[in-house]
Ligand binder design. Structure first.
Ligand code: NAD
Ligand code: LMR
Length: 342
C-alpha cells in the first residue's frame, strides 16, 4: 500500500529514512461521513493499513452495514460503527487521526462554494465534537469548500481553547495525485517517478500546480504549462460533469485521502521524512491559510518549506498573485461564519 502511495522522487528525498519495516498496528483512526461516496472506499483503504489498530466509522445513516462489510477483511484493525450525534463522542474517544469527508458533493453547474451553506454547519459541529473528545488528534478535512471549512475548523478549535495549527489539515492530496498523473501522461514519464507540488487552495484558480518544481525535473512549453495547469484546476469539475448529477470524485479522492492518512500515520510512528502538500495555517504568504508541502512529524506539522515558493516561473508567480483575493475571501467567509455562530 505504502509503495503505491509514495513516488520514487519522494523516496529519494528521504535523507533520514528510519521507518520500521514491520510496523505494529497501534493507531486509532475515525472516518466521519464513512457511509458516503468517499467514506466507503476510504474506510476500506484505511482498513488495509498495517499501522491501524482501530477503525471507527461514523455517519448519520447507513454505517452499520459498511462497517460489517469492511470488518470481514483480514487485516489487523478492529472496525466499529457509530451512528447519530449521541454516538459521536464514543467514536472519537482516544482517536489519533480524524478524517472528515461528511457533507454534500457538487452537481454540474455548481462551484464548491455553493456547498458552503450546508457543509459549513456540518464541519463546525463535527470539529466541535473532535475538540471535546480527541483534541490532540490530527484533523483532516475533506468536506468542501476546503478553502472555507478549514478556517471554520480552526475557529471552532480556538473557541474551545484547543487549536493546534500543526494538527489541522485541509486534504489537497487529490490535486497532487491528479497533477502527477496528468504530467506523467503528457510528458511520457514513468508515473511512479513523478511528484508535482500543488499549492494555494482547493478550488478553481486557487489550485496552483508548480510545474517548474516537478521532480524529476521536466521542461514544459508555455502551451503545456497552460494546458496542464487548467486541466489540474478543472479536474474536479471534469469528474462532476462525467458523473452528470451523481456526485463528484469519490474513488480517486479516497485513494488520495488514504495516502494522506498513511503519511500521517508513518509520521506519528516516527518516520522522520514524510512530506505532503496540505492546506494549513501558514506564514509562507500574506494569507493565513495556504496549501504547500509540509513536513509531518509525531506532533503534526514540523515545518513548512519556504524554498518551495522561491524561484517560481513568471507564469506561477502571476498565478500566485491572481489566486490570493479569491482564497482570502473564502478564508474570511469561513472565519466570519464560525465567529457569528460562537
Ligand atoms: P456523499 O454524499 O456521497 O457522502 C457524504 C456522507 O456524509 C453521507 O454518507 C452522509 O450521510 C454523511 N453526512 C452528512 N452529514 C453528516 C454529519 N453531520 N455527520 C456525519 N456524516 C454526515 O458525498 P461524497 O462524494 O463522499 O463527498 C463528501 C464531501 O467531500 C463533499 O463536500 C465533497 O465536495 C468533498 N470532496 C472533497 C474533495 C477534496 O479534494 N478535498 C474531493 C472530493 C470531494
Ligand atoms: C474535487 O476536486 O474533485 C473535489 O473538490 C470535488 C469537487 O467538487 O470537485
Amino acid at each position: 500500500l505504502r509503495a503505491s502511495f509514495t513516488s520514487k522522487a519522494q523516496k529519494e528525498n528521504n535523507q533520514n529514512f528510519n521507518y520500521k519495516l514491520q510496523p505494529q498496528a497501534s493507531y486509532k483512526v475515525a472516518v466521519l461521513g464513512a457511509a458516503g461516496g468517499i467514506g466507503q472506499p476510504l474506510s476500506l483503504l484505511i482498513k488495509m493499513s498495517p499501522l491501524v489498530s482501530d477503525l471507527h466509522l461514523y455517519d448519520i445513516a447507513n454505517v452499520k452495514g459498511v462497517a460489517a462489510d469492511i470488518s470481514h477483511c483480514n487485516t489487523p484493525s478492529q472496525v466499529r460503527d457509530f451512528t447519530g450525534a449521541s454516538d459521536l463522542a464514543n467514536c472519537l474517544n482516544g482517536v489519533d487521526v480524524v478524517v472528515i469527508p461528511a457533507g454534500v458533493p457538487r452537481k454540474p453547474g455548481m462551484t464548491r462554494d455553493d456547498l458552503f451553506n450546508i457543509n459549513a454547519g456540518i464541519v463546525r459541529d463535527l470539529v466541535s465534537a473532535v475538540a471535546d473528545n480527541c483534541p490532540d488528534a490530527f484533523i483532516q478535512i475533506i468536506s468542501n469548500p476546503v478553502n472555507s471549512t478549514v478556517p471554520i475548523a480552526a475557529e471552532v478549535l480556538k473557541q474551545k481553547g484547543v487549536y493546534d495549527p500543526k494538527k489541522l489539515f485541509g486534504v489537497t492530496t487529490l490535486d497532487v495525485v491528479r497533477a502527477n498523473t496528468f504530467v506523467a501522461q503528457r510528458k511520457n514519464l514513468k508515473l511512479i517517478d513523478v511528484d508535482v507540488p500543488v499549492v494555494g487552495g482547493h478550488a478553481g484558480i486557487t489550485i496552483l500546480p508548480l510545474l517548474s518544481k516537478t521532480r524529476p525535473s521536466a521542461s514544459f512549453t508555455d502551451e503545456e504549462v497552460e494546458e496542464l495547469t487548467v486541466r489540474i484546476q478543472n479536474a474536479g469539475t471534469e469528474v462532476v460533469e462525467a458523473k452528470a448529477g451523481a456526485g463528484s470524485a469519490t474513488l480517486s479522492m479516497a485513494y488520495a485521502a488514504a495516502r494522506f492518512v498513511e503519511s500521517s500515520l508513518r509520521a506519528l510512528d516516527g518516520d522522520g521524512d514524510v512530506y505532503e502538500c496540505s492546506f494549513v495555517q501558514s506564514d509562507l504568504t500574506d494569507l493565513p491559510f495556504f496549501a504547500s508541502r509540509v513536513k509531518l512529524g509525531r506532533k503534526g506539522i514540523e515545518a513548512l518549506i519556504p524554498s518551495d515558493l522561491q524561484g517560481l516561473s513568471d507564469y506561477e508567480q502571476k498565478a500566485l498573485e491572481a489566486l490570493k483575493p479569491e482564497l482570502q475571501a473564502s478564508i474570511e467567509k469561513g472565519i466570519a461564519f464560525a465567529q457569528k455562530q460562537a
